[in-house]
Design a protein around this ligand. Structure first.
Ligand SMILES: *Cc1c(COP(=O)(O)O)cnc(C)c1O
Length: 408
């Protein structure tokens, strides 16, 4: 057997094999999965913009005005007026001096971290940071110090001997756990050690803070965070990403971030769609309140059917099961009841902490939320799977850190 076949067989044996699922029709609270209508509880289309008529029209109109592709990378001839418009609006939104778009959040993290963390410094990374941050650290010439999840003492201990200009990088809302990083304390530690702070707001933009401006704005730290990374692919309903920072920092990144320099500029329809979504967010901030209310409603509905979710306030609710095979059986049983919630397994999460990860949308109705909670409880009964009630603590740098060399 070839190596590839052996690796696949091993993934099957461990219950870790994954395959894509086919959705037909647009994204929304209900979708067609393999032809069957299901309630969707694992989408990042948090505010319902991916399928919003005004966002669709803006993307279609941009395709007619400017074409489908940018035709070149940003520094060659791919920077178009629509890129400039969205960058200006995003800089205003984030109350930062400047902004630059990247091809995706993945590319932004890889590009920014590798550009800022040179061989003369250390990059400090939370052990539950997103895989794109992990990969950015791998590509950087700096040594990486992985600190225990949200553990300020461990971070402070690591920083004690860090050279000036070291970098601390963290998700603001952790993607698989839904908890929020202690940003105020991280920024304070950074100031004391003359380190820079990069915050990834992928799951916070549109979900937290005044007007959905994210966790950094919620904590009033706009002036103290050096670089904000955000995606256009989640609450903003499109594809691509942005980085907000001082003008000097953006100038540097445009000259140093290889994932920006050596990759085609984002396509005009995706950029125009995100711009329309951003305008909608600013016009209708109540959508953020609805998302938060739906998240609270789901936590209450789960408690009502006897499922204790970990404490939290965000739209991401992890129901940790532990065993990968169990969580797949549970997810299948929920699907048989018309509720689509993904089983999240290693290497996306640390070994032994496989989970159902529920994500709420502003567009879910109260009755859909109640139905989902009941279906999950019934599925758990049927499969005889129980929830551990909290996220497993890891001390070994598991999760996305461990994804190297795996068929992830
Ligand atoms: C989804 C995600 C990304 C990647 O963003 P894309 O635009 O989807 O590439 C980066 N960071 C975090 C925390 C994420 O959840």
């Amino acid at each position: 057997m070839s190596d590839v076949e052996a690796q696949l067989a091993e993934l099957h044996r461990l219950g870790l094999h994954r395959a894509t699922r086919l959705i037909s029709g647009p994204q929304g609270p209900q979708v067609l999965l393999d032809g069957q209508p299901v309630l969707l509880l694992c989408s990042n289309n948090y505010l319902g913009f991916a399928d919003h008529p005004r966002v669709r029209e803006a993307a279609a109109d941009a395709a007619m005005r400017w074409g489908v592709g940018a035709g070149a990378s940003r520094l060659v001839s791919g920077t178009m007026t629509i890129h400039d418009s969205l960058e200006q609006r995003l800089a205003e939104f984030e109350q930062s001096e400047s902004c630059v778009l990247f091809g995706s959040g993945y590319l932004a993290n890889v590009g920014v971290i590798s550009a800022l963390a040179g061989d003369d410094c250390v990059v400090f990374s939370d052990e539950l940071n997103h895989a794109s941050i992990v990969d950015g650290c791998r590509l950087a010439r700096a040594e990486t110090f992985v600190y225990e999840h949200c553990d300020l003492e461990h971070l402070a201990w690591g920083l004690r001997k860090a050279p000036r200009g070291s970098v601390i990088v963290t998700d603001s809302v952790f993607s698989m756990d839904g908890d929020i990083a202690p940003l105020a304390e991280i920024v304070e530690l950074a100031a004391r050690h003359e380190a820079r702070v990069i915050v990834d707001e992928a799951h916070a933009t549109g979900a937290l803070g005044p007007g959905g401006r994210g966790a950094v704005a919620a904590a009033g730290l706009e002036d103290q965070v050096d670089v904000i990374v955000g995606t256009l692919g989640k609450a903003l309903g499109s594809y691509g990403a942005y980085v907000c920072a001082s003008s000097v920092m953006i100038d540097y990144l445009v000259n140093a971030a290889r994932t920006l320099i050596f990759s085609t500029a984002p396509p005009p329809p995706a950029v125009a769609g995100a711009l329309a979504a951003l305008e909608l967010l600013c016009e209708q901030p109540r959508r953020v309140g609805k998302l938060q209310a739906n998240s609270a409603l789901m936590r209450a509905a789960l408690a009502g059917v006897g499922i204790a979710a970990p404490d939290g306030v965000t739209q991401i609710i992890p129901l940790v099961v532990g065993d990968a095979g169990d969580v797949v059986a549970l997810s299948d049983a929920a699907l048989a009841r018309g509720v689509f919630v993904q089983a999240i397994r290693p290497p996306t999460v640390p070994a032994g902490s496989a989970r159902l990860r529920l994500t709420l949308m502003a567009s879910h109705s109260a009755s859909e939320i109640a139905r989902a909670a009941s279906a999950i409880a019934e599925a758990a009964d049927e499969t005889n799977v129980s929830f551990s009630g909290e996220c497993v603590e890891t001390r070994s740098g598991g999760g996305a850190q461990a994804a190297v060399g795996r068929a992830a």
